[in-house]
Design a binder for this molecule. Structure first.
Ligand SMILES: [Zn+2]
Length: 440
């Protein structure tokens, strides 16, 4: 690759989320990227166009990229998604267990063929860039190749694990406990902290295996990810299964306690959903310092292409200061775009004044970077961080002065227009390199 210029200066409007309530918004901005090593760029500075251009006038090695009609936002991080479910994301939705049995598991079986997994991973890597997602917590299938190819092709900070399925799953997608433990051991050795220990959920991973892989995760200081309390049928089934398990006499009545008993709840654990959790469970999650992946599009009613699981109460998490972030839960959620996830978060929480568009953006970017412990290098567009960002067009002629209003104009589209979010990104840059441009 040719050595690129020392500086890139992007002329655009600039949005930089900082917290639940703070978001920097500069119109007519110039964002300066500086080459750090080889062809990798970090954010150097940002300011009003004229001021920055004057300051940079003396620099010889620079490229000016004129995107004056566009808005720059940091790249997204998706805290919970199943890359091996892309094909089923728009299949008819039903309650969780029926949907898993009918569509999801038969599809995941296809990844037993490494060539299929490779082709799918290459394609999915392009889709991630096209929606501006450059990192997150990702579930693959039980098959080794589904992690290997994803690790190779996905661009960004992805933490990926094989789902573990040792019990109560169709035979074509069930591993022995021995095979599950061996798989985790080998993959942790190979990928260290990038590999996530991923018991699918308490229904399909037996408790002895959960304990074993939790110990392995601790040894490598790796993340653990799983699902908790998505819907009532699942919760009842879980409790029923653990009622007669040896050693669970005191824990079987609570989903959180079951996981705790298997040492799954740690400061590096990301639990998806947590919709139907009681106060006692919440306090346990708080005590164990776990984080929650909130998946509003996946949890939405069936007529909105979700699994109809309910609305997670983010206010309870905020009250207890439990870290949480937004996630698409592909294929439970219908669209990979984090714009769609942010929209659902707003729509589902209209009555809460603290459910702002700025909060939604923060929870789809920097909050997830903090949970994934990559916030020193990515998550927003602070000076010194990797230049990972997207450019989008203004949604209409109006030019609001406030970030909240602009984000609302972008996000609050009609139900029938949600799929357009898949094409909203004009350009995606990873470490300052343009890796995706839309054709329109
Ligand atoms: Zn999921």
């Amino acid at each position: 690759m040719l050595q690129q210029q020392q500086y890139k200066i992007i002329l655009c409007d600039y949005i930089n989320p900082k917290s639940d309530s703070k978001c920097q918004f500069i119109q007519n901005a110039a964002v300066v990227l500086r080459r750090k090593s080889s062809n990798k760029y970090v954010v150097d500075s940002v300011g009003k166009r004229e001021t920055v251009l004057k300051k940079m006038a003396g620099k010889k090695s620079k490229e000016v990229i004129d995107r004056r009609t566009m808005i720059m936002l940091p790249a997204f991080l998706d805290l919970h998604f199943h890359w091996v479910q892309d094909e089923v994301s728009l299949m008819p939705k039903n309650v969780l267990m029926t949907w898993l049995n009918r569509y999801t598991w038969p599809y995941e079986r296809k990844f037993e063929k490494a060539a299929f997994a490779r082709k799918a991973a290459k394609l999915f890597a392009q889709k991630l860039l096209a929606v501006g997602t450059m990192g997150g917590g990702c579930y693959a299938s039980i098959h080794q190749a589904s992690v290997n190819w994803a690790m190779k092709y996905f661009v960004g900070d992805f933490f990926i694990g094989n789902v573990l399925m040792t019990v109560n799953s169709p035979s074509y997608i069930t591993q022995t406990a021995q095979a599950a433990k061996k798989l985790v051991a080998g993959m942790l050795k190979k990928y260290k902290g990038r590999y996530v220990v991923t018991p699918r959920f308490a229904i399909t991973t037996d408790p002895a295996t959960m304990k074993d892989v939790a110990a392995q995760a601790r040894h490598y200081s790796a993340f653990i990810q799983t699902h908790i309390s998505e819907n009532y049928q699942e919760i009842e089934y879980t409790k029923h299964l653990y009622q007669n398990q040896k050693g669970f006499s005191k824990a079987y009545d609570s989903y959180a306690k079951i996981y705790d008993h298997c040492n799954i709840l740690t400061p590096k654990t990301i639990l998806a959903h947590a919709i139907h959790v009681d106060e006692e469970e919440l306090r346990l999650l708080k005590k164990r310092r776990v984080s929650i992946a909130h998946c509003p599009t996946s949890n939405a009613p069936i007529e909105q292409k979700g699994l109809g699981s309910g609305v997670m109460d983010f206010s309870s998490l905020d009250r207890l200061k439990i870290p949480w972030g937004l996630a698409s839960d592909i294929g439970g959620g219908p669209y990979l775009s984090m714009f769609d996830v942010m929209r659902s978060f707003l729509v589902q929480n209209m009555q809460k004044k603290e459910a702002t568009a700025i909060k939604a953006l923060y929870r789809a970017t920097l909050a997830n970077a903090k949970i994934l412990r990559i916030d020193k290098k990515t998550g927003n567009l602070e000076r010194g961080k990797q230049a990972n960002f997207i450019l989008i067009k203004y949604p209409s002629k109006s030019r609001p002065q406030k970030a909240e209003q602009l984000l609302k104009n972008i996000l609050l589209v009609k139900e029938s227009r949600r799929k357009n979010f898949m094409n909203i990104v004009c350009e995606s840059y990873y470490q300052g390199l343009n890796l995706f441009s839309s054709k329109q």
